[in-house]
Design a protein. Structure first.
Length: 310
Protein backbone atom coordinates (compact mmCIF):
# COMPACT_ATOMS: atom_id res chain seq x y z
CA UNK A 1 0.00 0.00 0.00
CA UNK A 2 1.33 3.25 -1.00
CA UNK A 3 1.39 5.70 1.82
CA UNK A 4 1.34 9.42 1.37
CA UNK A 5 4.11 11.15 3.23
CA UNK A 6 4.27 14.81 3.88
CA UNK A 7 7.08 16.56 2.18
CA UNK A 8 9.78 17.66 4.55
CA UNK A 9 9.60 21.26 5.49
CA UNK A 10 12.56 22.94 3.95
CA UNK A 11 13.79 26.46 4.19
CA UNK A 12 11.66 27.56 1.27
CA UNK A 13 8.49 26.24 2.81
CA UNK A 14 9.19 27.91 6.17
CA UNK A 15 8.44 31.35 4.80
CA UNK A 16 4.77 32.01 4.34
CA UNK A 17 3.60 35.07 2.53
CA UNK A 18 0.04 35.95 3.19
CA UNK A 19 -1.89 38.14 0.81
CA UNK A 20 -2.11 40.87 3.52
CA UNK A 21 1.64 41.00 4.16
CA UNK A 22 2.84 40.79 0.60
CA UNK A 23 5.03 43.79 -0.25
CA UNK A 24 3.39 46.23 -2.61
CA UNK A 25 5.40 47.89 -5.29
CA UNK A 26 6.53 51.45 -4.56
CA UNK A 27 4.40 54.05 -6.29
CA UNK A 28 6.15 55.60 -9.17
CA UNK A 29 6.67 59.29 -8.76
CA UNK A 30 4.43 61.43 -10.85
CA UNK A 31 6.29 63.36 -13.42
CA UNK A 32 6.78 66.99 -12.42
CA UNK A 33 4.84 69.42 -14.48
CA UNK A 34 7.27 71.85 -15.95
CA UNK A 35 5.92 75.21 -16.81
CA UNK A 36 7.62 77.20 -19.43
CA UNK A 37 9.66 80.03 -18.02
CA UNK A 38 8.75 83.47 -19.11
CA UNK A 39 11.89 85.36 -19.76
CA UNK A 40 11.93 89.10 -19.45
CA UNK A 41 8.56 89.39 -17.66
CA UNK A 42 9.99 90.39 -14.22
CA UNK A 43 11.94 93.16 -15.87
CA UNK A 44 8.78 94.53 -17.43
CA UNK A 45 7.22 95.05 -14.00
CA UNK A 46 10.08 97.41 -13.11
CA UNK A 47 9.42 99.69 -16.07
CA UNK A 48 6.29 101.53 -14.75
CA UNK A 49 7.81 102.59 -11.37
CA UNK A 50 11.08 103.44 -13.11
CA UNK A 51 9.26 105.59 -15.65
CA UNK A 52 7.27 107.30 -12.87
CA UNK A 53 10.46 107.96 -10.87
CA UNK A 54 12.17 109.35 -13.95
CA UNK A 55 9.27 111.63 -14.84
CA UNK A 56 8.49 112.84 -11.30
CA UNK A 57 12.00 113.22 -9.86
CA UNK A 58 14.96 112.58 -12.13
CA UNK A 59 13.77 114.71 -15.04
CA UNK A 60 13.02 117.83 -12.92
CA UNK A 61 16.35 117.36 -11.13
CA UNK A 62 18.12 117.15 -14.48
CA UNK A 63 16.43 120.40 -15.54
CA UNK A 64 17.63 122.12 -12.36
CA UNK A 65 21.19 120.91 -12.93
CA UNK A 66 21.10 122.02 -16.56
CA UNK A 67 19.75 125.46 -15.63
CA UNK A 68 22.55 125.91 -13.09
CA UNK A 69 25.06 125.87 -15.97
CA UNK A 70 23.18 128.41 -18.10
CA UNK A 71 23.70 132.04 -17.09
CA UNK A 72 21.33 134.80 -18.14
CA UNK A 73 23.78 135.92 -20.80
CA UNK A 74 23.27 132.64 -22.65
CA UNK A 75 25.43 129.65 -23.41
CA UNK A 76 26.77 127.05 -20.99
CA UNK A 77 29.43 127.90 -18.44
CA UNK A 78 30.44 127.67 -14.79
CA UNK A 79 29.85 131.38 -14.28
CA UNK A 80 26.68 130.89 -12.13
CA UNK A 81 28.63 128.61 -9.76
CA UNK A 82 31.50 131.09 -9.54
CA UNK A 83 29.17 133.99 -8.79
CA UNK A 84 27.10 132.16 -6.19
CA UNK A 85 29.94 130.43 -4.37
CA UNK A 86 31.87 133.68 -4.12
CA UNK A 87 28.95 135.66 -2.69
CA UNK A 88 28.72 136.53 0.99
CA UNK A 89 25.01 135.63 1.09
CA UNK A 90 25.77 132.04 0.08
CA UNK A 91 28.51 131.66 2.67
CA UNK A 92 26.25 132.99 5.41
CA UNK A 93 23.38 130.72 4.35
CA UNK A 94 25.69 127.70 4.18
CA UNK A 95 27.10 128.40 7.64
CA UNK A 96 23.63 128.91 9.13
CA UNK A 97 22.41 125.66 7.59
CA UNK A 98 25.50 123.72 8.67
CA UNK A 99 25.26 124.67 12.36
CA UNK A 100 21.48 124.92 12.69
CA UNK A 101 20.65 121.47 11.34
CA UNK A 102 23.12 119.50 13.55
CA UNK A 103 22.15 121.57 16.60
CA UNK A 104 18.46 120.84 16.05
CA UNK A 105 19.27 117.17 15.48
CA UNK A 106 21.23 116.95 18.72
CA UNK A 107 18.39 118.59 20.63
CA UNK A 108 15.86 116.20 19.09
CA UNK A 109 18.00 113.19 19.99
CA UNK A 110 18.38 114.19 23.64
CA UNK A 111 14.79 115.30 24.16
CA UNK A 112 13.33 112.43 22.14
CA UNK A 113 15.36 109.83 24.04
CA UNK A 114 14.28 111.19 27.43
CA UNK A 115 10.61 111.42 26.46
CA UNK A 116 10.64 107.94 24.93
CA UNK A 117 12.18 106.55 28.14
CA UNK A 118 9.41 108.10 30.22
CA UNK A 119 6.63 106.85 27.95
CA UNK A 120 8.04 103.33 27.62
CA UNK A 121 9.35 102.59 31.12
CA UNK A 122 7.60 104.95 33.55
CA UNK A 123 4.02 103.80 34.15
CA UNK A 124 1.57 106.70 34.23
CA UNK A 125 -2.07 107.11 33.17
CA UNK A 126 -2.43 107.99 29.51
CA UNK A 127 0.93 106.63 28.32
CA UNK A 128 -0.70 104.75 25.46
CA UNK A 129 -2.68 107.83 24.46
CA UNK A 130 0.49 109.90 24.35
CA UNK A 131 2.19 107.24 22.23
CA UNK A 132 -0.67 107.30 19.75
CA UNK A 133 -0.68 111.10 19.69
CA UNK A 134 2.92 111.00 18.49
CA UNK A 135 1.77 109.16 15.37
CA UNK A 136 -0.82 111.87 14.76
CA UNK A 137 1.75 114.60 15.43
CA UNK A 138 3.93 113.28 12.61
CA UNK A 139 1.22 114.21 10.11
CA UNK A 140 1.11 117.87 11.19
CA UNK A 141 2.66 120.44 8.81
CA UNK A 142 5.70 122.24 10.14
CA UNK A 143 4.19 125.72 9.86
CA UNK A 144 1.37 124.70 12.24
CA UNK A 145 3.85 124.19 15.08
CA UNK A 146 5.49 127.50 14.23
CA UNK A 147 2.14 129.30 14.39
CA UNK A 148 1.47 127.71 17.78
CA UNK A 149 4.80 129.04 19.06
CA UNK A 150 3.94 132.47 17.65
CA UNK A 151 0.67 132.46 19.61
CA UNK A 152 2.62 131.75 22.78
CA UNK A 153 5.93 133.63 22.36
CA UNK A 154 5.20 136.06 19.54
CA UNK A 155 5.35 139.83 19.93
CA UNK A 156 1.59 139.86 20.63
CA UNK A 157 1.49 136.33 22.04
CA UNK A 158 0.21 135.14 25.38
CA UNK A 159 3.56 135.32 27.16
CA UNK A 160 4.22 138.93 26.15
CA UNK A 161 0.58 139.83 26.82
CA UNK A 162 0.78 138.45 30.35
CA UNK A 163 4.04 140.35 30.93
CA UNK A 164 2.66 143.68 29.73
CA UNK A 165 -0.54 143.19 31.74
CA UNK A 166 1.43 142.42 34.90
CA UNK A 167 4.14 145.09 34.59
CA UNK A 168 2.49 147.76 32.45
CA UNK A 169 5.40 147.73 30.00
CA UNK A 170 4.87 148.72 26.39
CA UNK A 171 6.12 145.39 25.07
CA UNK A 172 7.12 142.01 26.42
CA UNK A 173 10.64 140.58 26.69
CA UNK A 174 10.06 137.49 24.54
CA UNK A 175 11.63 138.30 21.16
CA UNK A 176 13.67 135.19 20.50
CA UNK A 177 11.38 133.65 17.85
CA UNK A 178 12.76 136.00 15.20
CA UNK A 179 16.34 134.92 16.01
CA UNK A 180 18.21 131.71 15.20
CA UNK A 181 17.30 130.44 18.68
CA UNK A 182 13.62 130.70 17.83
CA UNK A 183 14.15 128.69 14.66
CA UNK A 184 16.13 126.14 16.67
CA UNK A 185 13.33 125.84 19.25
CA UNK A 186 10.70 125.42 16.54
CA UNK A 187 12.69 122.72 14.74
CA UNK A 188 13.36 120.78 17.96
CA UNK A 189 9.67 121.00 18.87
CA UNK A 190 8.52 119.76 15.49
CA UNK A 191 11.13 117.08 14.72
CA UNK A 192 11.45 115.44 18.16
CA UNK A 193 8.58 112.97 17.47
CA UNK A 194 10.50 111.77 14.41
CA UNK A 195 13.12 110.47 16.86
CA UNK A 196 10.62 109.19 19.40
CA UNK A 197 8.72 106.99 16.98
CA UNK A 198 11.59 104.57 16.13
CA UNK A 199 12.73 104.66 19.75
CA UNK A 200 9.32 103.58 21.04
CA UNK A 201 9.28 100.78 18.47
CA UNK A 202 12.71 99.62 19.67
CA UNK A 203 11.72 99.83 23.34
CA UNK A 204 8.61 97.74 22.70
CA UNK A 205 10.86 94.86 21.56
CA UNK A 206 13.30 95.17 24.46
CA UNK A 207 13.40 92.23 26.88
CA UNK A 208 12.11 93.76 30.10
CA UNK A 209 13.42 90.78 32.07
CA UNK A 210 16.94 92.20 31.79
CA UNK A 211 15.78 95.53 33.16
CA UNK A 212 13.92 93.86 36.03
CA UNK A 213 16.89 91.60 36.84
CA UNK A 214 19.26 94.56 36.87
CA UNK A 215 16.90 96.47 39.15
CA UNK A 216 16.58 93.53 41.51
CA UNK A 217 20.37 93.30 41.75
CA UNK A 218 20.58 96.89 42.90
CA UNK A 219 21.45 98.69 39.66
CA UNK A 220 20.16 102.24 39.57
CA UNK A 221 18.25 103.83 36.72
CA UNK A 222 21.20 105.68 35.09
CA UNK A 223 23.26 102.48 35.04
CA UNK A 224 20.36 100.47 33.57
CA UNK A 225 19.87 103.07 30.87
CA UNK A 226 23.57 103.22 30.05
CA UNK A 227 24.30 99.49 30.08
CA UNK A 228 21.05 97.90 28.86
CA UNK A 229 18.67 100.36 27.20
CA UNK A 230 21.07 102.64 25.33
CA UNK A 231 22.89 99.88 23.38
CA UNK A 232 19.53 98.57 22.16
CA UNK A 233 18.41 102.07 21.21
CA UNK A 234 21.47 103.05 19.16
CA UNK A 235 20.13 101.80 15.79
CA UNK A 236 16.84 103.63 16.36
CA UNK A 237 18.70 106.77 17.41
CA UNK A 238 20.85 106.59 14.28
CA UNK A 239 17.80 106.15 12.05
CA UNK A 240 15.81 108.94 13.66
CA UNK A 241 18.79 111.28 13.87
CA UNK A 242 19.72 110.86 10.22
CA UNK A 243 16.12 111.53 9.16
CA UNK A 244 15.90 114.65 11.31
CA UNK A 245 19.25 115.92 10.03
CA UNK A 246 18.18 115.65 6.40
CA UNK A 247 14.80 117.24 7.13
CA UNK A 248 16.41 120.15 9.00
CA UNK A 249 18.82 120.75 6.14
CA UNK A 250 15.88 121.16 3.76
CA UNK A 251 13.40 122.84 6.11
CA UNK A 252 11.74 125.92 4.65
CA UNK A 253 8.37 126.47 6.34
CA UNK A 254 9.67 126.88 9.89
CA UNK A 255 12.24 129.52 8.93
CA UNK A 256 9.70 131.39 6.83
CA UNK A 257 6.86 131.43 9.36
CA UNK A 258 8.99 132.47 12.32
CA UNK A 259 9.72 135.71 10.50
CA UNK A 260 13.41 135.48 11.32
CA UNK A 261 14.72 137.86 8.66
CA UNK A 262 18.31 137.50 9.85
CA UNK A 263 18.20 133.71 9.50
CA UNK A 264 18.84 132.61 5.91
CA UNK A 265 19.35 128.93 5.21
CA UNK A 266 20.03 127.33 1.84
CA UNK A 267 16.32 126.66 1.13
CA UNK A 268 15.52 130.27 2.03
CA UNK A 269 18.30 131.44 -0.29
CA UNK A 270 16.79 129.38 -3.11
CA UNK A 271 13.44 131.04 -2.46
CA UNK A 272 14.98 134.50 -2.36
CA UNK A 273 16.94 134.12 -5.58
CA UNK A 274 14.11 132.48 -7.51
CA UNK A 275 11.09 134.49 -6.31
CA UNK A 276 12.46 137.80 -5.08
CA UNK A 277 15.47 138.32 -7.38
CA UNK A 278 14.38 136.23 -10.41
CA UNK A 279 17.90 134.80 -10.52
CA UNK A 280 16.99 131.30 -11.68
CA UNK A 281 20.53 130.11 -12.48
CA UNK A 282 21.70 131.22 -9.03
CA UNK A 283 18.72 129.55 -7.38
CA UNK A 284 19.48 126.32 -9.24
CA UNK A 285 23.12 126.47 -8.13
CA UNK A 286 22.08 126.76 -4.47
CA UNK A 287 19.55 123.95 -4.95
CA UNK A 288 22.23 121.67 -6.43
CA UNK A 289 24.54 122.38 -3.48
CA UNK A 290 21.72 121.68 -1.05
CA UNK A 291 20.92 118.36 -2.75
CA UNK A 292 24.57 117.32 -2.76
CA UNK A 293 24.88 118.17 0.92
CA UNK A 294 21.79 116.13 1.81
CA UNK A 295 22.81 113.13 -0.30
CA UNK A 296 26.35 113.24 1.09
CA UNK A 297 25.14 113.22 4.69
CA UNK A 298 22.75 110.37 3.93
CA UNK A 299 25.56 108.37 2.34
CA UNK A 300 27.73 109.01 5.38
CA UNK A 301 24.93 107.75 7.61
CA UNK A 302 24.62 104.58 5.56
CA UNK A 303 28.33 103.87 5.82
CA UNK A 304 28.39 104.47 9.59
CA UNK A 305 25.26 102.39 10.21
CA UNK A 306 26.60 99.53 8.10
CA UNK A 307 29.85 99.44 10.04
CA UNK A 308 27.98 99.66 13.33
CA UNK A 309 25.65 96.84 12.28
CA UNK A 310 22.55 98.98 12.60
Amino acid sequence: MATDRAAPAGPASAVRLSPDTSPSPAPSPSPAVRRPRRRGVPHLWALPPLALLTFAFLYPLALVVRQSFRPDTGGTSLRPYADVLASEAFRQALWTTVWLAPAATAGCLVLGFLLALVIAFVPFPGARTVSRFIDVFLSFPSFLITLALLFVYGSVGMANGAWTAATGAAEGPFRFLTTPWGVLLAEITYFTPFVMRPLLAAFSQLDTAQVEAAGSLGARAPRIVRRIILPEALPALAAGGSLVLVLCLNEFGIVLFTGAKGVTTLPMLVYGKAILESDYPGACVVAVVNVLLSVGLYGLYRVVSRRAGA
